[in-house]
Design a protein around this ligand. Sequence first.
Ligand SMILES: Nc1ncnc2c1ncn2[C@@H]1O[C@H](COP(=O)(O)OP(=O)(O)OP(=O)(O)O)[C@@H](O)[C@H]1O
Length: 943
Amino acid sequence: MLIADLHIHSSYSRATAKTLNPENLWLAAQRKGIGLLGTGDFTHPVWLQELEQKLVETGDGAYELNPESARALAAEVPGPCRAPVRFLLSGEISTIYKRHGVTRKVHSLILAPDFAAARRINARLDRLGNITSDGRPILGLDTRDLLELCLDEAPEVIFIPAHIWTPWFSLFGSKSGFDALEECFDDLSGHIHALETGLSSDPAMNWRLSALDRYKLVSNSDAHSPAKLAREANLLTCEPTYPALAHALSSPGGEGLAGTLEFFPHEGKYHLDGHRKCGVRLEPSETRELGGLCPVCGKPLTVGVLSRVEDLADRPEGYLPPNAPNFESIVPLNEVVGEVMQRGPATKGVTQAVEQLLAEVGPELFILRQAPLEELERVGGPVLSEAVRRMRAGEVVLEGGFDGEFGVVKLFTPQEREQLKGQGSLWREAPSTRRQLKKKALTKPEPAPPLLSLAESTGDRLNPEQQQAVAHRGAPLIVRAGPGAGKTRVLVARAAGLVEEGAAPGRVLMITFTRKAAEEMAGRLAGEHPAAALVKVSTFHALGREILAQALGRELVILGETERAALIKELAARFELRPSWAELTLTRLKQQVHPEPEAEIAPLWQAYESALAERGALDLDDLVRRAALALEESADLAHTWGARFDHVLVDEYQDSNQAQVSLLKFLLAGGASLAAIGDPDQAIYGFRGASREGFLRFAQDFPGAMGIGLTRNYRNGEAILQAAQGLLASDPDPGRLSLSAQAGPGVKPVWAELTSPKAEAAWVAAKIVELTGGLDSRQVERGDAGELAPRDIAVLYRLHAQAAPLAQALAQAGIPFQVAGQEPLAETDPLDFKAQRVSLMSMHAAKGLEFAAVFVVGVEEGLLPYQPPNGEPADLGEERRLLYVAMTRAGQSLFLSRAKARSLFGVGGPRAASPLLGDIPTGALRTERVVSRRRARQIDLFA
Ligand SMILES: Nc1ncnc2c1ncn2[C@@H]1O[C@H](COP(=O)(O)OP(=O)(O)OP(=O)(O)O)[C@@H](O)[C@H]1O
């Protein structure tokens, strides 16, 4: 019989022993009696490299320690334990993502057929996330997509949902799991053959679900130190090779996998239900009676494995399937000996006694399972042999674990311990002091008031003003809408409504501000009405390009951004002008159809335009204005485009500039209807020639216009909206709408001051971990209550230069994230667009987006408003609006922060808070006092 432990970790995983290297694993495996051991952590590139150096292939997907090392270490293995050890490449991946509106955290155990396959899988994973900061990486990928990736790279991959019942990080867990395997793996469910039952459940519990009948149940240690290896394991009758294991785990007949070695499930940390902080431990029936709420604090209980199994089970307790594989419940040897000796399992006396047993009897699992009792009595005395007998017979006293607290398994009752005292050779006095668990009175607490769910309040309805904007026909329409007022919803409904009324979808034009917004809008339209999918969605740029290409009768050559910058730099040097100023001024000029360069820039303008003409090229800023020029110059062209559409809809109208408005007028010349929507308080593209005055001039540009205001905000909690509105108060506008928050009072935005950008980044990372409710079991056991997925969170900054320390801190914390607007280092992965990560982006890029939680960092003098190193300070009004945009991206939680000192563009030193902060009413923010880590440690020491 071959004992296999397939799920372990290396020293490259968090919170694991430093001693987890191949040599020590080889030694520990023999002491335990393991013949086939997963390496753990193959996704970690450095660990994989170490494995490649130290292991040699045995030719069948299995590896062994290189013979020289094995020879050198052989003497360290107790004689009767010496036996061959094979390794298979294994790893565990944590995926955290939103599915069906719920944040899922699922761990998967993956076995790769060989090093080449492991490297291929790693190369893909490396493009999608961070695999270097943790041996068990956390990825913002759907578990189904992770499986697809593995199958792509290694069709023979063994993919096993890990410890399927743990509440937080598993397929069926009570906190974030699914009710059926198919909900998680969809079309790929057929590739799952085995499930890992985890410490808190044993096969008997799993047999109660007929849905699991077709899966092989495996058990592994998930060890974080060599001593914990094989605390659970598999009994194999097959050869120690990869293909043999793959067959054993997938063959319907059951050959190859004879059974498993198990913890008494009560000993697992999540067997029963309860609240560790409140000292409450409950059986499933008690939890049900309490409605799932803690009788002490009234908050939801941590529902453990037994409850969850009962919820999903369709068979009674004790059900035995035909041909049920065997399983044996064991207690680790040091715990058995510890109880016999009445000492802690890690004490010196116990360790020595265990050593003696290994040296005289054999490996641990042999001692526990098979060694003749007389032999154990000879070496360890009668109490030891009686202890082992009882364990084998299942005659144990159990106290179930709950809410992260290990349970207790005892082999003797307290009275017996008294009687036995002094009888055995390994018997010592020193009664253990197990913590007594209180079971609090079962009084029913007041139920918590139901939370307002956004989904409930939403529906598919439009409010009366929205309806009006959708239904209006005739005169040009301008809709002024506050943040979160449903602009997208209105535009989509309007376009769909027009199509339903009979408008030809191809003759309806929707203009969005960015390409990304266009893609999103197109998707929403398709969802609204099948024919609405044919509505033309475009940006002004793309439209300009199309018109120009038609005018010129050829495809356009567009100067790339880098080439453009280089050209301007060269010319700026020639005319002794500052390149950044020249770039901006050229851009600004090109937002008009007929620019009039001032004397200072005129020579450079001329030179730049000739250089473009020489290359037969245009720059991006040319697209709209040149299109408008072409339409001015050709009556035919103007006629064609004037008759091209019947209805035009424009989003983000506050950011359109003069050239775009001219273009728009040409498109309407044939009598098309116009509906524009926007928010002048969110005008943030002044540097591109847009102005909120442009918005307010709509009625002059399009005579006879009709205006509608949308004042109900569905995104921000009232506290967030108030703080944001307060910010605008110092920039009065008689036309400003007063907004009302529909999402309820919400919580106040947080304000925090940190010593440095690094400290600020660390604070952000720690908060993100809290918001997600913890990314590993230590964090969830600390009690972080958040339920957000990474994709619900954004970190916004004024300058891309601020991204580096944030990226570093998030990477270190193992948080999946992406930096928007950054060139990807590696080529992008096909799954890239599906990956779900925390977004790091500029405040400008966040326009139009929404997130449950938003961090606005660097709210400092010099950054907001931005003061370029040697240039003009940015416009105060516009910077205020930018902060307003950033703050109103947040639905539930908003965090504003700054560093007290920061070095930017080589200039360091202390910095004050942003003057804009003074515009936010006092009391609208909740200041968080952040204790530095060193100081926190000091406090800890004295606590
Ligand atoms: N009538 C409505 N009832 C309920 N929810 C709504 C309604 N209209 C819009 N919403 C929701 O409000 C949120 C904000 O909508 P949307 O993103 O379209 O706002 P917006 O006006 O474009 O905001 P911003 O200008 O800040 O980008 C979305 O989650 C949307 O689904």
